[in-house]
Design a protein around this ligand. Structure first.
Ligand code: GLU
Length: 485
């Protein structure tokens, strides 16, 4: 059974890179009819951020990535599901204590009593002499008796792993292939801290084993730690999972994505009105591609298509224009009714009274124009309330004030007497014919009408706007424009 996990530390919001890691882990599990689980790695107590766990889980709900096991939201409440729990590391301390005993007994781990001062001094020396930094093994060979007496005397200690000093450790990574590490260069990693909490390295191995994780999918930054993990598996006599280390996400300036250079949290994109299906489609392509020129994939299609042999080693570039393009395409494909629903919370946030207009028609004005739901809401605000605009804007570049006024008045008269349905098609055919009959240019009529109805130079087409505003409001706004001139 394929079992993958995403193991966030609740130290902030879900990062885009985190979502990609989780997505790939999820897709791989789904492809093989396996399970995807979430485990919370909260052993670094100082970095915990309140509400972060709820936020992370909310992002999964938003992205429609369902969690089979572990920590998840049930009716918006954080819960744990599955028989291999608890799935929150701070609730597993006894388990780590039990397993560290095994390594101590086998002499694969040892107590280290070195003080912070000694370690700082050691590091300084190593740096000054340009030696590799790392623990020098000072406590590696203390006798049982020495250890017992120090412990009895109440000396503070950590527990370190006894890394073999010879040989190499090989990782056969699903993305990177074989990667070799010289054991002598690998530190005697702390496994249990002085406060009794495990370090990430110890907890991750114990948990991935006990939770029967078959494939560890994580960021490239963990690759250098993996030989330590593999050695821990060996010490325990456990079979190690497969590993897939994903490349870094970078921006177009080839910098690592970071807050300083723009939005990096999934919630930032939620707030801006990206559609989850477009966002997930875009994220899937950050490192993976189907091997042909298809660009649109639903989550279900990705579940079938995804595989690590199509994931690249090179850093993946996060290109906001590409994301905008995806989002716009998905917005265009959506029915106006569905789009109106998706925009609902954005209208609410802006306190717009949407009761007077057909919202589906309103948002339809921006289909093909706007990139995001937020843009749709912002760009259609003139429908609900017309802002002040300068009367000179009404005058088309090839016209003057007098002609503009006369044309607006004529148009009002024409529209007042217009028979047939007040919709875009009817408006288009009749007005365009009428303009010709009057021997006017389109700009003479449509430009002042655009400004009168929207207060903007750049807006959806005036006849489209008129159809959404309805006859009364359209004529009102045009009359207001006449009065302005
Ligand atoms: N807690 C680690 C993180 O925050 C998980 C790394 C892993 O997946 O092993 O990235």
């Amino acid at each position: 059974m394929i079992r993958t996990r995403f193991a966030p530390s609740p130290t902030g919001y879900l990062h885009i890179g985190g979502l990609r890691t989780a997505l790939y882990a999820y897709l791989f599990a789904k492809k093989h009819e396996g399970k995807f689980l979430i485990r919370i790695e909260d052993t670094d107590r100082e970095r915990l951020v309140e509400d972060s766990l709820k936020n992370i889980l909310d992002s999964f709900v938003w992205a429609n990535i369902s969690i089979d096991e572990g920590v998840l939201l049930d009716n918006n409440e954080i819960t744990q599901k599955g028989d291999k729990g608890p799935y929150i590391q701070s609730e597993r301390l006894e388990i780590y204590q039990e397993y560290i005993k095994i390594l101590l007994e086998k002499n694969d781990a040892y107590h280290c009593f070195c003080t912070k001062e000694r370690l700082d001094e050691m590091r300084k020396n190593q740096e000054e002499n340009k030696l590799a930094t790392g623990y020098d093994g000072h406590c590696r060979n203390l006798t049982k008796e020495e250890v017992a007496s120090k412990l009895e005397a109440g000396e503070k200690s950590v527990i370190r792993m006894k890394m073999p000093k010879e040989g190499i450790t090989v990782i056969d990574d699903l993305i990177r292939g074989k990667v070799e590490f010289k054991n002598e260069l690998i530190d005697d990693q702390v496994l249990i801290k002085a406060d009794g909490f495990p370090t990430y390295h110890f907890a991750v191995v114990v948990d991935d084993h006990l939770m029967e994780i078959s494939h560890v999918v994580r960021g490239e930054e963990w690759l250098a730690s993996t030989p330590k993990h593999i050695n821990l598996y060996k010490m325990f006599g456990w079979e190690a999972p497969e590993f897939a280390h994903l490349s870094l996400l970078i921006n177009e300036k080839k910098q690592k994505l970071s807050k300083r250079h723009g939005d990096v949290s999934v919630v930032d994109y939620v707030k801006k009105g990206y559609l989850p299906e477009a966002f997930v489609n875009f994220i899937a392509f950050l490192g993976w591609n189907p091997g042909d020129d298809r660009e649109f994939f639903t989550l279900e299609e990705l579940e079938k298509e995804f595989d690590f042999d199509k994931v690249g080693k090179a850093p993946a570039v996060f290109n906001i224009e590409k994301l905008n393009w995806y989002n716009k395409q998905y917005i265009m494909k959506m029915s106006k009714e569905e789009l109106a629903k998706r925009c609902g919370s954005f209208f609410q946030e802006k306190n717009v009274d949407i009761s007077k207009f057909d919202l589906a028609q309103v948002v339809g004005l921006e289909q093909g124009r706007a990139n995001t739901l937020l843009e749709i809401v912002e760009n259609t605000s003139f429908i609900f309330s017309l802002s002040e605009y300068d009367s000179t804007m009404l005058v088309w570049k090839k016209s003057d004030r007098e002609k503009t006024k006369a044309n607006l008045e004529k148009t009002i008269e024409f529209l007042e007497n217009l028979t047939g349905e007040w919709n875009r098609e009817n408006l288009e055919t009749t007005i365009l014919n009428w303009i010709k009959e009057q021997e006017l240019g389109n700009g003479d009529v449509l430009w002042p009408m655009r400004v009168a109805l929207s207060g903007l130079r750049n807006s959806p087409g005036p006849l489209e706007i008129a159809s959404v505003l309805g006859k009364t409001e359209t004529l009102n706004r045009m009359q207001q424009a006449v009065d302005k001139i």
